[in-house]
Design a protein around this ligand. Structure first.
Ligand code: GDP
Ligand code: IMO
Ligand code: MG
Length: 427
C-alpha cells in the first residue's frame, strides 16, 4: 500500500481563515482527522450538496464517510454540546459510531466554567465566545481540572457518579469558593455529564499510539487546527487570545505525536484579514473598508462568526503577520481562501512593513501603535468563482497571489474561490 502524506492544517491569522474548507479538501487523502486543541469556541464551516455544516468540537473529517476522527488530549470538551453536535450529524444521515475517538486526557468544560467566564468577561472584555474555554484551561494548568478519563471508560455506572460528585465537590472547595457565584449542585452536574457520557463513552480511547502507528505505516493523518496563530496563548496578541497553543506546535502537544511525522504543514490565510472579539488588529479598515471587505453579499453568512454570529472586523491583508505566523508554524504551503471576495476592489492593499517595528511586538499596547506601510495592487472585476485552473485567473489576481508568495517565501498551493467544496484551485 502506498503511504499517503500526513498533514497539519493551521490558521495563520485570528481564526476563521477557512480552515474547515481546506481540511475538507485534504480529507480526500486522509484516514484520520484529528483536532488537537480548543473546544466549542471553534466554528468550522463546510458546504457541499447545497448544505452548510458548522462543526465546533468534532473534526471536519466526519463529513467524509470512512474517515476516523480524533478529539485530542489538548482539547477542552463540552459534553452536552458534543451530544448536540452528534445529533445534528445524525439528523443529516451521517454515521458517527465507531468513527470517533476521544482522548481520556481531554479536559471537561463544566457549566461552572461558563458561569465564571460570564462574570470575568464583563470586566475583562476579551470578547470571548463564552464557551468556558479560558476557565477550563486555567483549571487544567492549575491541576484541578477534570478530564474525560475521570468519567468511567466504557459506560456510566453509579460508582462513577459518586466519584464525579467527589471531584466536583473538591473543585467547589478549592476553586469555586473564591467566586461569589451560585454554582449548580454537583449531583445535577454529575447527572448531566453521565447522561452525555452514556452517548459517547464507547468512543473514548487511546490516541497517541493509535496516531503514531497509522502515521508511520499507511499515513493519512490530518491534524485540524482551531483558531489561528495570532490567537495563540503564547504567540498571539496576548491577552486578547484564546487559552491554548493554536500554532503548529499545538499539534504535537495535543495529540502526542512526533511533529516530524507531518509531511506537509499547510498554513491557512484569508485573502484579507478578519478578527472577531477585541484586541489589536494593525490593518483593520475604517467603516468603508470594512464594508467593502465584509463580503460580496452573495452569501448571507459572509464575515459573521460561525460560533457566535458576531460580525467579524475586517482589514487589509497583513504581510507582516503572515511572515510572523509562517515562521512560527514552519509552514510548507499556503492555502489562500476567499480570493473571490476581492473582486471589484481597486486598489487592493497589502501591508508589507510596519513603520516603527521590525518584529511583531510582544505587547498588545505596542501592537495597537503599529503603523502599517501598504503597497497598492491593481484589482480585477471578473467573477473568479467558477475558475479551477490557476492560469485562467485574471492577471491581477495572480499578481496578488505572487505578492503573498514573495512576502512569505512560501508557495500558495491552494486557492479558495467560493465556499463550496468544489470551489478551489490546486496548483
Ligand atoms: P474556519 O473557522 O477557519 O474553518 O473558518 P469558518 O468556517 O469559521 O469561516 C470561513 C467562512 O468562509 C465560512 O463561511 C466558509 O464557508 C467561507 N469560505 C471558505 N473558503 C471560502 C472561499 O474561498 N470563498 C468564499 N467566498 N467563502 C469561503
Ligand atoms: P475557529 O476555529 C475566530 C476568539 C474570540 C476571542 C478570543 C478568545 O473557528 O477559527 P475564547 O472563547 O477562545 O476564550 O475567545 O478568541 N476566537 C475565535 N475567533 N475563530 C475562532 O475559531 C475562535 N475561537 C476563539 O472571538 O476574541
Ligand atoms: Mg471559524
Amino acid at each position: 500500500m502506498k503511504k499517503v502524506p500526513n498533514r497539519l492544517v493551521v490558521g495563520l491569522f485570528w481564526g476563521d481563515e477557512g480552515k474547515a474548507k481546506i481540511v475538507d479538501l485534504l480529507t480526500e487523502n486522509a484516514y484520520v482527522v484529528a483536532r488537537y486543541q480548543g473546544g466549542a469556541n471553534a466554528g468550522h464551516s463546510v458546504e457541499f450538496a447545497n448544505k452548510r455544516f458548522i462543526l465546533h468540537q468534532i473534526p471536519t473529517g466526519i463529513l467524509h464517510p470512512d474517515v476516523e476522527c480524533v478529539l485530542g488530549a489538548g482539547m477542552v470538551l463540552d459534553l452536552p454540546q458534543l451530544v448536540d453536535e452528534i445529533s445534528m450529524l445524525e439528523k443529516n444521515g451521517i454515521d458517527w459510531r465507531n468513527r470517533i475517538r476521544i482522548s481520556p486526557r481531554a479536559h471537561l468544560v463544566l457549566p461552572y466554567h461558563k458561569q465564571i467566564e460570564q462574570v470575568q468577561e464583563s470586566s475583562q472584555g476579551i470578547g470571548t465566545t463564552k464557551r468556558g474555554i479560558g476557565p477550563a484551561y486555567r483549571d487544567k494548568a492549575a491541576r484541578i481540572g477534570m478530564r474525560i478519563g475521570d468519567i468511567a471508560v466504557g459506560g456510566a455506572t453509579t460508582a462513577s457518579k459518586n466519584h464525579l460528585i467527589k471531584k466536583l465537590d473538591n473543585w467547589l472547595k478549592i476553586v469555586g469558593k473564591s467566586y461569589n457565584i451560585e454554582f449548580q449542585s454537583p449531583s445535577i452536574v454529575a447527572d448531566e455529564l453521565l447522561e452525555s457520557f452514556d452517548y459517547i463513552g464507547k468512543s473514548v480511547g487511546e490516541v497517541s499510539s493509535f496516531l503514531d502507528e497509522i502515521a508511520r505505516t499507511k499515513g493519512g493523518i490530518l491534524a485540524e487546527g482551531a483558531q489561528g496563530t495570532m490567537l495563540s496563548v503564547n504567540w498571539g496578541t496576548y491577552p486578547y487570545v484564546t487559552s491554548s497553543e493554536t500554532g503548529a506546535g499545538g499539534a504535537s502537544e495535543g495529540l502526542g505525536i512526533d511533529i516530524r511525522l507531518f509531511d506537509e504543514i499547510v498554513g491557512i490565510a484569508k485573502a484579507f484579514c478578519t478578527r472577531v472579539g477585541n484586541g489589536p488588529f494593525p490593518t483593520e479598515g475604517d467603516e468603508t473598508v470594512q464594508e467593502i471587505l465584509r463580503g460580496t453579499g452573495e452569501h448571507s453568512f459572509d464575515e459573521f462568526g460561525s460560533t457566535t454570529g458576531r460580525p467579524r472586523r475586517c482589514g487589509w491583508f497583513d504581510g507582516m503577520v503572515l511572515k510572523y505566523s509562517a515562521r512560527i508554524d514552519g509552514i510548507d504551503s499556503i492555502a489562500l481562501t476567499k480570493l473571490d471576495v476581492l473582486k471589484n476592489i481597486d486598489p487592493l492593499k497589502i501591508a508589507v512593513k510596519y513603520k516603527n517595528n521590525e518584529h511583531f511586538p510582544a505587547n498588545a499596547d505596542d501592537v495597537e501603535k503599529i503603523v502599517p506601510v501598504y503597497e497598492n495592487l491593481d484589482g480585477w472585476d471578473d467573477n473568479i468563482s467558477e475558475i479551477r485552473e490557476y492560469e485562467v485567473l485574471p492577471e491581477n489576481a495572480k499578481k496578488y497571489i505572487e505578492k503573498i508568495e514573495n512576502i512569505s517565501n512560501v508557495p500558495v498551493k491552494y486557492i479558495g474561490v467560493g465556499p463550496a467544496r468544489k470551489q478551489i484551485i490546486i496548483r
